[in-house]
Design a protein around this ligand. Structure first.
Ligand SMILES: [Zn+2]
Length: 412
C-alpha cells in the first residue's frame, strides 16, 4: 500500500503524476521511487507510455477504493481517446472495457500504433507559468504530447521540447519542466495554427465520437483538389505520387516520412478512403492539405463535389455548349464529359451531332443554306462567342430550340 499519491491535475499526463510522486516523496533516486511504487516489477515499469498500461492497474490497486479509477486515467490522463479517434466505436469500447477489467491491452494497441516513435515530452511556457501561479507547480499536459501538434492550442505559441535523453526510454529517466522556461515563440505559419486547432478539436471530442465511413469525405476532398488519377471517372483512384509530393511541399519530408513512410501505396490509399487506417496523424495532415474542417470526417454532411456543382450549373445555364467547351470549364478531358454526367445523373446538355442518335432514327438529309457575307460573319461571331466549333452544331441547336418552343406553344 502506498502512503500517498498526488491528485492528478486536469489533463495531466500519467508520467507527470509519477514524477510528482517522486519529487514530493523526498526519495533520493528515481529508480528507488519506482521500486516503491511497483514492488513486484522485475523490469523497469513503463510509466513513460502515453497509452494506458499495467502501471495504472498497479497503482490503483494499492490505493484506497475509488481514489483513482482506471476509466478516468485512460480517458483523461493518456492519449488513449485521441489515438482511438479513428477506431470503430465497438472496438475501442471493447479495449476500454478490457483495460478497466484489469487486462493488458498493450499488444492490441501496439499493433495499431507500431510505427510511432517516442518523442521528447513537450510543454508550453505560458501554460507552465499559469500552472505555477494556480497550483504552485508545473506539470506535463497530456495534450501537448500529441507530437504532430506544433503549438499550444490555448496560447498558440510553439511547444518546447524537454531536455530528455534520446538514448533511453522516458520511463527510465526523470524529466522535469525547467524552472526557467525559454522565450515564447509566437512566429507561426497559418497551417500550423490550423493543424493545432484540428488536433485540439479531435482531442476534445467525446471518446464515443466515431468517424463517418459513409460520406467518403476524404475522397471527395481529394477529388476537389484534383488529386485523382486522370481517366478514372468511376474508379476514382488517388494519384498517390502527386499527393505525397504535395504533402512533402507543405509539411516537409521528415514529418511526411514519419507519418506515411517512404510513399503512399495504392492499397494504403484505398484503406484511407474507407477510413480503415488507425493513425490520426495521417488524417490530420490530409485534412489540412485538403482544407477540410475538423468535423468533416465525422459529420453526416457530404462535402460538395465541386465538379458536380459546376456541371449542374452549366447544365441549367441555357448556354450552348459543346463537350469540348464543358471539358475546358471543368478542367477535364472531353471524353470524360459523358461519364461524369452519367455519374451525377445529369442528362446530356451539350450540343450533339446527329451521329449520337440511334441508327434507326438517323436518316441522312443534308440541308444546304445560302448565306450572304454579312450573315456568315454574324454566324461566325456567334460561334466564337458561344465557343461552338461547328456550323451544324449551332444549326441543330437553333432548330431544336425553336421546335421545342413551337411544340410547347401548340401544346403538342
Ligand atoms: Zn499554453
Amino acid at each position: 500500500m502506498i502512503g500517498f499519491f498526488p491528485t492528478l491535475y486536469p489533463d495531466e499526463l500519467w508520467y507527470s503524476a509519477i514524477a510528482r510522486f517522486y519529487i514530493h516523496s523526498g526519495i533520493a533516486y528515481w529508480s528507488d521511487a519506482l521500486a516503491l511504487l511497483f514492488p513486484n516489477h522485475t523490469s523497469y515499469p513503463k510509466v513513460g507510455d502515453l497509452m494506458p498500461n499495467e502501471t495504472m492497474h498497479q497503482i490503483v490497486k494499492q490505493l484506497p477504493y475509488d481514489v483513482l479509477n482506471l476509466r478516468m486515467l485512460a480517458l483523461g490522463h493518456s492519449l488513449f481517446s485521441f489515438r482511438m479517434r479513428f477506431i470503430p466505436l465497438k472496438q475501442k469500447k471493447r479495449y476500454l472495457e478490457q483495460f478497466c477489467a484489469g487486462e493488458n491491452i498493450q499488444p492490441a494497441l501496439l499493433s495499431l500504433t507500431k510505427k510511432l516513435q517516442e518523442h521528447p515530452l513537450r510543454y508550453c511556457p505560458l501554460c507552465v507559468q499559469e500552472d505555477r501561479d494556480r497550483f504552485g507547480e508545473a506539470f506535463w499536459h497530456t495534450e501537448h504530447q500529441i507530437w504532430l501538434m506544433p503549438l499550444c492550442a490555448k496560447h498558440l505559441c510553439r511547444l518546447q521540447s524537454a531536455d530528455q535523453k534520446n538514448s533511453m526510454p522516458l520511463s527510465r529517466q526523470l524529466v522535469q519542466i525547467p524552472l526557467r522556461t525559454s522565450n515564447v515563440s509566437s512566429e507561426t505559419h497559418v497551417w500550423e495554427r490550423e493543424l493545432t486547432f484540428l488536433l485540439h478539436q479531435w482531442y476534445q471530442m467525446p471518446f464515443e465520437q466515431e468517424a463517418n465511413t459513409q460520406t467518403f469525405n476524404l475522397s471527395r476532398a481529394i477529388e476537389n483538389a484534383g488529386l485523382l488519377l486522370s481517366g478514372n471517372v468511376n474508379r476514382r483512384s488517388w494519384d498517390t505520387d502527386a499527393l505525397y509530393d504535395r504533402l512533402t511541399k507543405q509539411f516537409g519530408s521528415t514529418t511526411v516520412k514519419e507519418v506515411f513512410g517512404e510513399r503512399i501505396t495504392a492499397a494504403h490509399a484505398r484503406r484511407l478512403r474507407k477510413m480503415e487506417i488507425a493513425t490520426p496523424e495521417e488524417y490530420a495532415l490530409l485534412s489540412i492539405l485538403l482544407h477540410m474542417k475538423p468535423e468533416a470526417l465525422f459529420e453526416d454532411e457530404p462535402i460538395p463535389l465541386s465538379i458536380f456543382e459546376k456541371m449542374k450549373t452549366l447544365s441549367t445555364s441555357g448556354r450552348i455548349l459543346t463537350k469540348a467547351a464543358i471539358a475546358e470549364e471543368l478542367q477535364i478531358h472531353p471524353e470524360q464529359v459523358g461519364a461524369y454526367a452519367k455519374r451525377f445523373s445529369i442528362q446530356p446538355f451539350w450540343v450533339q451531332s446527329g451521329c449520337s442518335k440511334p441508327k434507326a432514327e438517323r436518316k441522312h438529309y443534308t440541308v444546304t443554306i445560302h448565306l450572304s457575307n454579312e450573315e456568315k460573319a454574324l454566324v461566325d461571331e456567334y460561334l466564337a462567342d458561344q465557343n461552338i466549333r461547328a456550323y451544324s452544331h449551332m444549326l441543330r441547336y437553333c432548330m431544336q430550340k425553336e421546335l421545342l418552343h413551337w411544340q410547347n406553344e401548340k401544346g403538342r
